[in-house]
Design a protein around this ligand. Structure first.
Ligand SMILES: Nc1ncnc2c1ncn2[C@@H]1O[C@H](COP(=O)(O)OP(=O)(O)OP(=O)(O)O)[C@@H](O)[C@H]1O
Ligand SMILES: [Mg+2]
Length: 355
């Protein structure tokens, strides 16, 4: 049997090489070449059955129905719920609450009679149960698979055909056909490709959990984001109980919607009126003003606080929290030059209340 030779592909520009190289000759990036599964033998055109061509008028599509997850803010960001057969990626920093959010959504869907499944590569079944116990509602009906090899996971999903399946996380899946380590670009790409086929072929909605790298990108470069239908980013500030869910890409809805949650001992709860969080009491104090910002279909009120004090330093300080540093520098420059305010010798602090 002829040996299937792997190829090496640059994660940045897609350059292909038969051997590993330290530096991509095309884009010049270092250490971006990753091993990929060899592609199948070239098909002879005349032996391939031609795909059917249809006009849009012949396509049967019912009214768009969505699977409501029961987590109000999650549904809002998705554009009204999960679209059947779609692939959704939820990314976020470690410990932000991705597993909690999706476990809660699964439990609520299960309680509403939607068949669900959780593929957990990160936590054991016992750990998932302990975690589920602290959430409200019945937990016994949720089906769980503790497996990280791609092929058995796909077979299992196809066999049980749940309406919604969560894979936590896509970085833990690995395929035998590749020699690279789980979590590498080629493994992620392979796993997502297989998941995509299952989702589109069987009409199963898949939600993938993705890790975020130090620089804030989803691990496994752009490839992953291109393959899925929607990319949601879940983040929060250290020490604050609030979590924000944003849509980075959505093929079936707006990307302007923002969902706000609060992390509590009993799991995440929806915050349908975030303005009340961001507005601190007694906002009539000097230096504080309220700003109205449109986020999707909702108007959010936020309090901007500023403090100017004479500085004893040669280089006065400009400290910001929640405000762009360059933006502050520009406003200060305009005020100094045009409004005649001598801010050059003052320390300036700007903050958005509530983080
Ligand atoms: N009993 C509790 N009370 C309050 N908050 C809790 C409790 N248990 C867990 N948490 C919160 O849940 C977070 C962990 O959430 P979760 O495991 O869902 O995050 P994750 O994004 O899946 O993390 P990872 O990337 O490590 O899988 C903790 O950081 C903590 O803030
Ligand atoms: Mg997790």
């Amino acid at each position: 049997m002829a040996r299937n030779r792997s190829i090496f592909v640059c994660g940045g520009c897609g350059y292909q090489s038969p051997r590993w190289l330290g530096r991509c000759p095309d884009c010049g990036a270092w250490n971006t070449l990753q091993e990929e599964a060899p592609s199948g033998p070239g098909m002879v055109a005349d032996r391939v059955p031609l795909p059917q061509v249809v006009t849009l008028g012949e396509v049967e599509a019912g009214l768009e129905r969505r699977i409501v997850t029961g987590m109000g803010e999650f549904d809002r960001v998705l554009g009204g719920g999960l679209v059947p057969g779609s692939l959704v990626l939820v990314g976020g920093e470690p410990g932000v609450g991705k597993s909690t959010l999706l476990l809660q959504a699964l439990l609520r869907m299960e309680a509403a009679g939607i068949s669900t499944m959780l593929v957990s590569g990160e936590e054991s079944a016992a750990q998932v149960k302990l975690r589920a116990r602290r959430l409200e509602g019945p937990i016994d009906g949720l089906r769980l698979v503790g497996e990280t090899r791609c092929e058995p996971v796909m077979a299992c999903i196809e066999e049980h055909a749940p309406a919604v399946c969560v894979v936590d996380s896509v970085q833990t899946l690995w395929s035998d056909s590749l020699s690279s380590a789980p979590g590498s670009v080629s493994q992620i790409r392979e796993a997502t490709g297989q998941l995509l086929r299952v989702a589109k072929g069987k009409g199963i909605t898949l939600v993938l959990v993705g890790h975020v790298t130090k620089s804030g990108d989803l691990a496994g470069p752009r490839v992953l984001e291109h393959m899925v239908d929607a990319v949601l980013a879940f983040d929060g500030e250290r020490g604050q109980p609030y979590r924000i869910l944003r849509s980075v890409k959505n093929r079936f809805g707006s990307t302007n919607e923002v969902g706000v949650f609060q992390m509590t001992g009993g799991g995440l709860i929806d915050v349908p009126d975030p303005s009340s969080l961001f507005l601190q009491e007694g906002s009539s104090s000097p230096g504080a003003s309220v700003l109205a910002a449109m986020e999707g279909t909702r108007c959010l009120l936020a309090e901007v606080q500023a403090l100017v004090t004479p500085s004893g330093l040669a280089m006065p300080r400009r400290v910001t929290r929640g405000v762009d540093h360059n933006r502050l520098a520009m406003i200060v420059a305009v005020l100094s030059r045009r409004a005649g305010m001598g801010l050059g010798e003052c320390d300036i602090f700007a903050n958005i209340a509530g983080g």
